[in-house]
Design a protein around this ligand. Structure first.
Ligand code: XMP
Length: 311
């Protein structure tokens, strides 16, 4: 049977209302499609009894904390911004293994939310985990940051009661729910952005300096690719370096990968056939605006055998 987004909204609104009652719930909102749809759905159910929490973990793209919190507030959603970047960088320090990094992120993320739940006297955490997150985590492909109970981690460990209204849906249906909730199309049609943010795009140890460099490259790639239709488009900072030469002087610089994929539900993906002229322009902008970068590569790998992100 075809998915009916309007019925889904009615049903989930009723469910959330009856579960939370007159208590307060928090909603973890990163600005990605899933967590924004989840926040708007929970707000429809709970009104002032919902508080959206945006954790500034230091791993977001340029300008996101302000953009996301302003949008939520403009729609009448109570919103708090929690500054926690030091804690996230401390947790990621010295970690190079992708799964160690993911687990460190997950721990810090839920500890931060646990603190917020206590601070605001909330009883529940509502989060936008979707079906693909659960499948990939249970399949041990990668531990997505927002999957706990499904892999035997009791959320009470962090002092949390978790509600996941979107857990049975894949991305195309999440977008339909966003549309049914009258979110701006810039949000429900937005590119997915992973909860652990730019940390999934730094290969090797994540440091503030590497994230600053990657954030700049990400802005350039997103801007230059804005007219190219894709499921996701982004930049990656590799752990390797390569010899370069500038004005006759040798340097041993960073390598940025440009990645863009077509996909329906993130379970499989194929590389976007980006016009060569666009790639050339990206290369020029990155190496001129970020002198530490000596090489820019374009990734032509589908999923499988690759995944979309790098860690
Ligand atoms: P992969 O890299 O597994 O990504 O092919 C599939 C989709 O999931 C996103 N992704 C995440 N989203 N938390 C999230 O919220 C995570 O830990 C996470 N890891 C990957 C990725 O951006 C892609 O859309």
């Amino acid at each position: 049977m075809a998915f009916n987004a309007q019925n889904f909204v009615t049903e989930k609104t009723r469910e959330i209302k009856s579960q939370v009652g007159n208590d307060t719930a928090l909603c973890a909102t990163s600005g990605g499609v899933d967590s924004m749809v989840c926040a708007f759905l929970a707000h429809r159910a709970l009104g002032r009894n919902l508080i959206a929490v945006f954790i500034d973990d230091g791993l977001m793209r340029e300008g996101e904390p302000k953009k996301v919190t302003s949008l939520l507030r403009s729609r009448g959603i109570r919103t708090v911004l929690v500054r926690a970047s030091n804690g996230f960088f401390r947790a990621l320090k010295g970690k190079e293994d992708p799964e160690d990094m993911r687990k460190a992120f997950r721990d810090t993320f839920y500890e931060t939310l646990g603190k917020a739940v206590r601070k605001y006297g909330a009883k529940y955490l509502i989060q936008g985990t979707i079906a693909a997150d659960v499948i990939e985590t249970k399949g041990k492909i990668k531990s997505q940051h927002n999957v706990l109970a499904q892999i035997g981690i009791n959320p009470r460990r962090y002092g949390l009661n978790v509600i996941e209204p979107l857990a049975t849906l894949f991305k195309p249906d999440v977008r339909k729910v966003g549309k049914a909730l009258r979110l701006p199309s810039t949000i429900h049609q937005r590119m997915p952005f992973p909860g652990p943010g730019l940390a999934t795009r730094v290969v090797g140890e994540v440091t503030p300096a590497k994230v600053r460099l990657l954030r700049k490259a990400t802005s350039i790639v997103e801007r230059e690719m804005r007219n190219i239709k894709a499921f996701q488009t982004f930049a990656v900072l590799l752990d390797d370096r390569a010899t370069g030469v500038r004005k006759g002087k040798r340097s041993f610089g960073n390598i940025i990968v440009v990645r863009s994929v077509q996909s329906k539900n993130a379970m499989t993906a194929s590389p976007t056939r980006v016009p060569y002229a666009v790639l050339e322009r990206i290369q020029k902008k990155i190496t001129s605006q970020i002198p530490a970068v000596t090489k820019v590569l374009y990734d032509i790998s589908p999923k499988p055998p690759s995944t979309i992100e790098y860690i």
